[in-house]
Write a protein that binds this ligand. Structure first.
Ligand code: PBG
Length: 331
């Protein structure tokens, strides 16, 4: 039921700032953000990433400082991604299982620096460790095999949990991996380690800068369409999410972000579980390119896009703009 003009003037409630504040339906705070960070070897190293202007790879000591900054800014969680040195990449991604790999050293350094002031999310997938850039093991025909890959992912997840990861985030899209990882975590007494499943992850053209950042882009031949989802599909995302919840995911993620907000909304309405979205590297780069071209104002673009995630139903957003957004939001 509604009145009509002039009894109803929608502009009445928009006429002043206090009234707009009073009627605002959604809020965005630094606590809604997860900040992805890239780790590289060395000490005191900062390597800017060309296709992600404003984002760098940091050596482990620098990662710890960034994590402290996150805590100071009220950003509750960081996500770590390693740029594994070339001579440690192999067919089978075995470096993922090394308890002293870059990732594990970064996890420990963040824990030492921040205690429990910041959550540590770690990606489970083999692409930063393989010499072919795929997320799993290949058979002779170059197909990414499912079940043998899961066995490695389980060991990778346990390796990360043992180093101190708080949230294990399988991003590989293999079938059945959430159940296997959950069971292994339970058996390993990691009862409180969460799983945030990349449940609906699309085979997207928006991941390019990320692959530069972790150094897998130049290695990757072909695409990831035999495991990541077809951008044409929506119902299939709901099946993926249902499976991951049934297998023991604590929260689910939709990825990329803005082009898939319809999926976020459907997931949230259907399952009523904590739902996250990843505003991925290509989305970040688009905003930066627009700002650099004078086609939009960076701060406003960042805050508007992040609010869109909240409106769509997200509990939180992974975004490279997290520190900027957190600063803007606390002004
Ligand atoms: C790896 C992974 C990817 C991203 C997160 N984890 C890339 C891919 O699947 O190729 C993309 C993140 C981004 O683009 O910011 N499995």
């Amino acid at each position: 039921m509604t009145a009509s003009y002039p009894a109803l003037r929608m502009r009445r409630s928009r006429a002043s700032a206090w009234s707009r504040a009073l009627h605002r339906e959604n809020v965005l705070t630094p606590a809604d953000l997860i900040w992805p960070l890239f780790v590289t070897e060395g000490k005191g190293v900062e390597e800017p990433i060309g296709s992600l202007p404003g984002v760098s790879r940091w050596s482990v000591d620098g990662i710890a400082k960034q994590a402290k900054l996150a805590a100071e800014l009220g950003v509750p969680c960081i996500a770590l991604f390693p740029n594994t040195q070339a001579d440690r990449r192999s067919d089978d991604g075995a470096e993922a299982l090394n308890p002293d790999n870059l990732m594990c050293r970064a996890i420990k350094a963040v824990r030492d620096a921040c205690g429990n002031d910041v959550g540590i999310l770690t990606d489970v997938a083999l692409d930063p460790y393989t010499n072919h850039g795929q997320d799993g093991l290949l058979d002779d025909a170059g197909y990414v095999v499912n079940d043998d890959t899961i066995a490695v992912l389980v060991d990778q997840a346990i390796n990360q949990a043992e180093a101190g990861a708080d949230i294990i985030a399988p991003s590989d899209m293999m079938d059945g991996r959430v159940r296997s990882i959950r069971m292994a975590l339970e058996m390993g007494e990691h009862h409180n380690v969460q799983i945030m499943a990349y449940a609906a992850k699309y085979a997207s053209a928006f991941y390019g800068p990320f692959r530069d950042a972790v150094g897998s882009g130049g290695l990757l031949k072909g695409d990831k369409k035999s495991y990541q989802m077809d951008p044409a599909n929506g119902d299939e995302a709901l099946r993926e999410v249902a499976l991951d919840i049934a297998e023991g995911a604590d929260s689910v993620m939709v990825k990329p972000g803005l082009p898939y907000l319809d999926i976020v909304r459907r997931v949230k309405e259907r399952f009523e579980v904590p739902t996250f979205a990843y505003q991925v590297s290509g989305e970040y780069a688009m905003i930066e390119a627009a700002a650099a071209a004078g086609a939009g104002e960076r701060d406003a673009l960042v805050l508007e896009t992040l609010m869109a995630f909240k409106r769509a139903g997200c509990s939180g957003v992974l975004t490279y703009h997290a520190p900027l957004a957190a600063k803007l939001l606390s002004q």
